[in-house]
Design a protein around this ligand. Structure first.
Ligand code: BYC
Length: 318
């Protein structure tokens, strides 16, 4: 038995696994092993942080959109990401930890967020690449998570996936325009693909053999497909989209393999991945500092909202 389960009642554990195997969702008040709860606390809150921190590289471009139409679309997309963070914080709170605590862990560097958001959006083509590749990778992962075993997480994912497919199209539309534009614009699109390709592949996490969290998460159907399975799905789906644009993914080994039925690819630079999630990148500090500043500046809104709620409650009682 896994060491993390040694304090669990074997009978309850058996019933729990039987429920999971029968595809019955686990709800907040049901019995769950502590290791299941801890995995979800970490994964759902990190997922929420990723949505919110992910607003920063795109938010940087709102004032510089090339048209009012593009600006309206980008603002709606970024607002959606904030909303995703809220659904996910609510799902995470059902595990008995408050949102304040989740944010405290983020600010203290105890909680992570997706490494991809430590890269910079340097120009407008990057906004296309983020929607196409980053949201595209997120969809592959999140479609799978719609079937996760924890009810509140699964239901949040259903809503989020509907919006993500709009986000992916928003990004792809920008790439189509740039790839069919002037030679300079096409060059910008290719450069954005070059810079965002590998960070997007990193979103799926380390290889299965180096993923300590996967084994129990797969047994408990928190994760329905492994990191490597999802990454391959994304590559197989995305390379033809790049070909349609007349662009080339930055990997000379990325070719369709008739024997496997999948695209081959050159492995990720894992040193860069681990350095990014440990907080060594130049943007790590910047992202966190910005979040802390905005969170502090918004304190009065939260206080006013609580005061209003209390006032309303008093009126209703009277
Ligand atoms: N970045 O054992 P593993 C969006 C960590 S936002 C950072 O495989 P697990 C969007 C991992 O936490 C959507 N850290 O872990 C928003 C673990 O650390 P600890 C983002 C990573 O949990 C705005 C260690 O490495 N999507 O779409 O079984 C604008 C070992 O990993 C990463 C999600 O958050 C990473 N990429 O699997 C645009 C998906 N990968 O705890 C777009 C939800 C791994 O040992 N999360 N780590 O210190 C998941 O599906 C899973 O948590 C992961 C990792 C597949 C990411």
């Amino acid at each position: 038995m896994d060491d993390k389960l040694k304090n669990e009642d074997p009978e309850l554990l058996k019933e729990f696994q039987a429920k999971i195997d029968a595809e019955v969702k686990i709800e907040p008040k049901d019995y769950m092993p502590e290791a299941y709860r801890q995995h979800l606390i970490r994964q759902i809150s990190q997922h929420a942080h990723s949505e919110v921190i992910g607003m920063q590289p795109e938010g940087n471009w709102i004032t510089r959109c090339p048209s009012i139409r593009a600006k309206k679309i980008l603002m709606a997309k970024i607002q959606d990401e904030g909303g995703h963070g809220l659904y996910l914080y609510s799902a995470a709170e059902t595990l008995g930890v408050s949102r304040d605590q989740y944010l405290k862990w983020l600010h203290e560097g105890k909680a992570k967020y997706a490494s991809v958001f430590n890269y910079s959006a340097l120009n407008w083509a990057d906004i296309g690449a983020i929607g196409w590749l980053v949201d595209g990778a997120a969809i592959v992962n999140q479609v799978s998570l719609q079937r996760t075993s924890y009810g509140p997480y699964s239901r949040a994912m259903v809503k989020i996936c509907k919006e993500e497919s709009f986000h992916q199209r928003q990004g792809y539309e920008i790439m189509v325009h740039m790839a069919q534009g002037t030679p300079e614009q096409k060059e910008m699109a290719q450069d954005a693909l070059n810079r965002w390709w590998y960070p997007s592949l990193m979103m799926f996490g380390p290889h299965d053999g180096d993923s300590p969290r996967s084994s129990l998460a797969m047994q408990w159907k928190i994760k329905r497909e492994t990191n490597d399975e999802l990454r391959q799905k994304f590559i197989d789906k995305t390379v033809p989209q790049a070909e349609f644009l007349g662009l080339t993914v930055p990997d000379e080994n990325c070719k369709f393999n008739e024997a496997t039925g999948h695209y081959d690819w050159t492995d990720i630079n894992w040193d860069e991945f681990w350095a990014s999630i440990k907080g060594y990148g130049p943007n790590n500090k910047r992202r966190m500092k910005h979040h802390q500043k905005v969170h502090a500046e918004g304190a009065w809104v939260r206080e006013a909202s609580i005061a209003y709620g209390k006032k309303k409650e008093k009126k209703e009682v009277a």
